[in-house]
Design a protein around this ligand. Sequence first.
Ligand SMILES: Nc1ncnc2c1ncn2[C@@H]1O[C@H](COP(=O)(O)OP(=O)(O)OP(=O)(O)O)[C@@H](O)[C@H]1O
Length: 304
Amino acid sequence: MTNLSAPRPDTVVSVRNLTKRFGKVTAVNQVNFDIQAHTITGLLGRNGAGKTTIMQVLTGQEFATSGDVRVFGESPAENARVLSNISFIKESQRYPDDFQPKHVFESAPWFFENWDADFAAQLVDEFRLPVGRRIKKLSRGQLSAVGVIVGLASRAPLTFFDEPYLGLDAVSRQLFYDRLLEDYAEHPRTVVLSTHLIDEVSQLLEHVLVIDQGEIIIDQDAESLRGSATTVVGMRAAVEAFVAGREILSREGIGGLASVTVGALSAEDRLGAAHAGLELSPVSLQQLIVRRTNVTEKEFENQS
Ligand SMILES: Nc1ncnc2c1ncn2[C@@H]1O[C@H](COP(=O)(O)OP(=O)(O)OP(=O)(O)O)[C@@H](O)[C@H]1O
């Protein structure tokens, strides 16, 4: 998919021809990509696409079937030096019986040398997390908050969030996005975020990796991806004249009005559209990805 040869010097993750099979299931098939230092990358895709499997291989929790995976220039498998620089936050995290959130936060400095206890305490307040309650008794959202707090306050040089906020309400999710962005600006690090809530995180993402059926189908800067399609709306005849000869991604219309989504437009194209009395609107990242993964938006929302 990408122009892959030798990784750039600021490459934190480098994946070459990665295949991971579970018995007869090929979860990840000949995948190639790099992740650059100090970026926030969205790892996106439908259910069962292979996102978690990729993160498990990158964090040394699963072995690759074949291919080469480098994290900070080394194989992550059974590599304590690499793993001490990684924080992997996932919904299925298990804690010892009888553990309370405060025990998690007290033991975190053992694992994360950049752990910021004050930041963790601030987040506990903001997420209203009952730190003295047994983890087993926490609500789903409170359990997610434990993971999110660990992921943020650990300030690991490489942090993976795998659907970290299942159960978090809209206010708490916004809090997570805000704190992530603020803290990332102050303490730059490399973050990989796997999510179905694409539009919610869209503004956070600098790079987008989309995986579909075990293969990378998009590996692109978020900015250029956003600019890769535009919807043109106006009187049918004017719209049709404007889009003639262009790549058409979708087309809708009602009466004399038409709405057509086309590929990237130049500044000159945009001026031309304005002169023709046409309205241009950006296509959301979610819509773009849904189109490329070939499902209807309804189907996508149902599985999110
Ligand atoms: N331990 C396993 N044994 C057998 N199959 C597995 C195993 N782990 C994952 N798979 C399969 O590999 C594929 C990729 O799974 P993975 O969990 O990586 O997807 P995902 O993109 O994270 O999905 P979701 O968005 O639903 O979490 C799926 O078809 C899944 O059923």
